[in-house]
Design a protein around this ligand. Structure first.
Ligand code: ATP
Ligand code: MG
Length: 271
């Protein structure tokens, strides 16, 4: 395996607040990698820097061997990095279908004039785009609601639609920011299998932010833990969940001492 994403000493300061502080990690091709940490730890800021939405104060991001630090969001997306948002961002007034079809269109080669003049390439691409969008809606189980406005869907469906929208860009790396937030228990239960299935089907690498600790532990091969912007731990789920620093960040100093003494105060046992 080789690293698809490599992050070197990435930092972001907002005024006097160091939201992300000197964080390094690398994600291997095909891996499902977890990024966890308490509220305000810097996880979303970290994603924003990877995707060109926030310019890092310092540090470097390499994707597939090339530097992407400082590129604009659409440039990063074109190279193969797609994301979903903690606060869902869909075109609420457009149909479910168009929310997937329109980003897919960005991959067409025929351009505006080809479409206006009705070139054969343009009409073939239009058909292929619609078919691909339809396949993605099948995958997320939304074909029966394809023509409804996206804003009318229940929360869990909107979360899945956001994943379909990200997949429409045919990414190599998918960044998911709290995909289980707002889902009901049965939707949550299905989400882990869904992420695995998507990874297999599209040969993807996944970087996942999620507060649902049991889900992250079950899904990810490795996990990095942020706290106040710093990477306080990194390793396999087994290594991370009983790490005293991680236990302290989540559960307080008392549990940390128990974890350090090997008294079984681990993350999964209480969350
Ligand atoms: N645009 C901004 N301007 C100023 N401060 C910001 C900005 N964005 C984030 N922050 C601050 O940076 C810190 C990290 O925020 P961030 O949203 O990255 O955390 P998070 O780990 O994603 O938290 P959560 O689990 O609540 O989503 C917080 O203290 C937040 O208030
Ligand atoms: Mg966040």
């Amino acid at each position: 395996m080789s690293a698809l994403l490599e992050v070197r000493s990435l930092s972001k300061a907002f005024g006097g607040l160091l939201a992300v502080s000197d964080v390094s990690l690398s994600v291997e091709q095909g891996e499902i990698f977890g990024l966890i940490g308490p509220n305000g730890a810097g996880k979303t800021t970290f994603f924003n820097m990877l995707t060109g939405m926030t310019r890092p104060t310092s540090g470097e991001v390499l994707f597939a061997g090339g530097a992407i630090t400082g590129l604009r969001p659409e440039q990063v997306a074109r190279l193969g990095v797609a994301r979903t948002f903690q606060n869902i961002r869909l075109f609420a007034g457009l149909s479910v279908f168009d929310n997937v079809r329109i980003p897919r269109q960005s991959r067409e080669r025929s351009g505006l004039w080809g479409n206006i003049l009705g070139s054969p390439l343009a009409s073939r691409e239009e058909r292929e785009t619609s078919e691909a969008a339809w396949e993605l809606l099948k995958l997320v189980n939304l074909t029966d609601r394809a023509m409804r406005p996206a804003g009318s869907l229940p929360y869990g469906d909107r979360r899945r639609l956001e994943i379909a929208r990200a997949l429409a860009l045919a990414p190599r790396l998918l960044l998911l920011d709290e995909p289980a937030a707002g889902m009901n228990p049965s939707e949550k239960a299905g989400l882990a299998d869904f992420i695995r299935q998507v990874r297999e089907t599209f040969d993807l690498t996944v970087l996942l932010i999620e507060h649902n600790v049991p889900m992250v532990m079950g899904l990810c091969s490795r996990i990095a833990v942020l706290n106040f912007g710093e990477r306080i731990a990194m390793g396999t789920p087994e290594e991370v969940q009983c790490d005293p620093k991680v236990v302290e960040a989540y559960l307080g100093a008392q549990k940390r001492d128990a974890a350090a003494a090997g008294e079984g105060a681990c993350l999964h046992s209480t969350m």
